[in-house]
Design a protein around this ligand. Sequence first.
Ligand SMILES: Nc1nc2c(ncn2[C@@H]2O[C@H](COP(=O)(O)OP(=O)(O)OP(=O)(O)O)[C@@H](O)[C@H]2O)c(=O)[nH]1
Ligand SMILES: [Mg+2]
Length: 284
Amino acid sequence: MDYQWYPGHMTKSIRQLQDDIKLIDLLIEIVDARIPYSSRNPDVEKMCRGKARIVILNKADLADEAENRRWMNYFEGQNANPILADARKKATLKRLLPLVNKACQDKIERNKRRGIINRPMRAMVAGIPNVGKSTFINSFSGQSAAKTGNKPGVTKGKQWIRLNKQIELLDTPGLLWPKFENQEVGLHIALIGSMKDENLIPEELATELIRRLKDHYASMLADRYGIDEAKDPAHILEEVAIRRGCLKAGAEPDLVKAARILIDEFRSAKIGRVTLESAEDLVP
Ligand SMILES: Nc1nc2c(ncn2[C@@H]2O[C@H](COP(=O)(O)OP(=O)(O)OP(=O)(O)O)[C@@H](O)[C@H]2O)c(=O)[nH]1
Ligand SMILES: [Mg+2]
């Protein structure tokens, strides 16, 4: 099947994003730690020239810890100011504040030279669907933040959340469209749940997931479902159905039901912490 992006209503959000980026000093790009490559937006780089950047590897609690470390190294090598995060946790935010200062250092110093002192940095969160943007803003603003309200002039109609003396956050996140350079990227986005499930074929997604787990996470499927991993993905799915009692009339294995279980248990990391893309593949 074709792993397509939400067609249609992206043009509006692109324009919105371009307008919002003009107002900010810092872009906080949230990516999914299980697919840091595919969940990054291809055009953000261009749109954010001259702005400070932070890359949040979110849902790191669901991703493979060894891969988390590799991705941190990779992004550090790109001076992208990365941080591993669970956006639901307050501890994440504590680690984030010093990073904001580091990322914005140039801007803060430029301001100082121009006599502008104590002006908070204005930040915005952006990311593809379901990556944790709202969760992040909620954790952040739940902390101690007060809405600073509409400000006239440059920020007509925008709500800013005052986090502390140093940072204000735009309270609506930017929705990014991911890259769709090939089917692999689309598949990964579908697997983590950032594509509308009603457009997907569960058995096909599950079979692709099984293929990847067999290759990169040997014995994970066997441990969880008690199946024989040597079999091919389609047979493994059938066995998962049988093991989990997913049967249709006439004791036929219900592959759709089994596929949904497998995908859910992958997405919630019940099956184990899995990263689908290795940073090593990007390093020459
Ligand atoms: N395990 C885990 N779950 C998270 C994390 N961050 C967010 N979630 C969950 O991921 C789901 C999506 O989070 P949202 O904050 O709604 O994502 P969003 O980017 O605002 O999504 P859209 O508004 O649809 O674009 C929710 O069920 C969150 O509880 C995280 O770091 N770890
Ligand atoms: Mg949201």
